[in-house]
Design a protein around this ligand. Structure first.
Ligand code: TRP
Length: 366
């Protein structure tokens, strides 16, 4: 057998513009993976159908954010020549696969998915009633992943239960219908700071409703305002000479996630690196204002090129449209081929298998 191709599939729900948390936790690495040359195929799915599972009454929000998310992708350096960007709802093979996989999963198993459980609580579905589509979205995600024959799925930690469930579905399918589907592996961010960038207010996650995000498309003034106005440092660090603390100090959490030694050369040459800066802060004598100013410089260096690229792409929306259209057409071929393979394995490919009619004939005559 030919060596297994290395195929990436990952995706996002288009429910809002992407922010710095997305950048640190996934986008930056997607670009690195894309440019590593180590993968035969990289696919990114804009999971608009999945987004509808808890936004059924608001398709307009999803529609708006499809374009926002694509613009964010292109602005951070995802390159449509190397990465296929596609839209879930335009891939009918995914719907068909979902329908078959649903029969290989029990409702008891679905109820145990810890991420879905937490999301059900967060969304108040316990009281309101739980949409069946939302309850089943991990199965649709298994369809996403397997339809592309993905071997590697780069995701955040919260998505591990989805990959686990996908693997179970693959194993079950292959056991029942014969070796057909590729078993995927999750790839999660390497270190803690990448895994979870807190909101500017120190709350666990950046979230639109909390107003604690730095969006990739925010202008410089907004970024500065978020840092200066909302970011906590060390509440015990009242005078510059006081020793400072790093635990829960959001400025340093962000620096951990974003700054490099080169940034010190450019903006804060008193220190060679973050360790030296931290040591001084803990000893006392380094003011929070200086730290914030440095962070703002680091943020600007990261965000300015993204912002500029976005402004360019925004002027050329026809090209952006063409990029997702082309990507989606390519993905249609790809996922239709998997569906054909699946139907063949299940022997429900009635209209392209002459053997089936012969069998029927034999049965009736037999
Ligand atoms: N559930 C993912 C999220 O909320 C989005 C997603 C949909 C996805 N389909 C996928 C991620 C397939 C990886 C692979 O972030």
């Amino acid at each position: 057998m030919a060596e297994q191709k290395q195929i990436i599939l990952t995706g996002d729900r288009p429910t809002g513009r992407l922010h710095l948390g997305h950048y640190v936790g996934s986008l930056k690495r997607r670009v690195e993976l894309q440019n590593s040359g180590k993968f035969d195929e990289i696919n990114i799915l804009i999971a608009d159908d999945q987004a509808l599972t808890d936004n059924a009454d608001n398709p307009g929000k999803i529609r708006e954010n499809i374009i926002n998310v694509v613009l964010d992708y292109l602005s951070v350096g995802l390159d449509p020549e190397k990465t296929t960007i596609c839209v879930q709802s335009a891939l009918p093979a995914l719907h068909a696969l979902t329908f078959y996989y649903l029969n290989l999963v029990t409702t008891a198993r679905l109820s145990r998915n810890p991420t879905v459980k937490a999301e059900i609580q967060m969304r108040g579905f316990e009281d309101e009633g739980l949409p069946a589509g939302f309850f089943c979205y991990p199965v649709s995600q298994a369809a996403d992943i397997t339809a592309f024959d993905a071997t590697v799925v780069p995701v955040g930690e919260d998505q591990l239960p989805m990959i686990e469930q996908t693997r179970e579905i693959v194993e079950k399918f292959n056991k029942v219908y014969g070796e057909t589907l590729v078993l995927p592996k999750a790839m999660i961010p390497e270190n803690e700071t990448q895994r979870r960038l807190p909101g500017v207010d120190g709350k666990a996650k950046m979230s639109k409703s909390l107003g604690n995000c730095i969006y990739l498309s925010d202008d410089a003034k907004t970024v500065k305002k978020q840092v200066n106005g909302k970011m906590f440092t060390d509440p015990q660090h009242l005078k510059i000479e006081d020793p400072g603390h790093l635990e829960g100090n959001v400025v340093f959490t962000y620096l951990d996630a974003l700054c490099t030694d080169e940034h010190f050369g450019r903006y804060l040459p008193d220190y060679a690196n973050l360790d030296e800066m931290k040591a001084h802060y803990c000893r006392g004598g380094l003011g929070d204002g200086t730290c914030k100013k440095f962070l703002i410089n680091v943020l600007e260096e990261t965000l300015e090129p993204i912002r500029t690229a976005r402004a360019q792409w925004e002027k050329d929306i026809d090209t952006v449209y063409d990029i997702i259209r082309t990507g989606t057409l390519k993905a249609q071929e790809r996922t239709n081929a998997t569906l054909a393979r699946v139907r063949k394995a299940m022997r429900i490919n009635y209209f392209d298998d002459r053997e089936i009619i012969k069998e029927w004939d034999k049965m009736l005559k037999g």
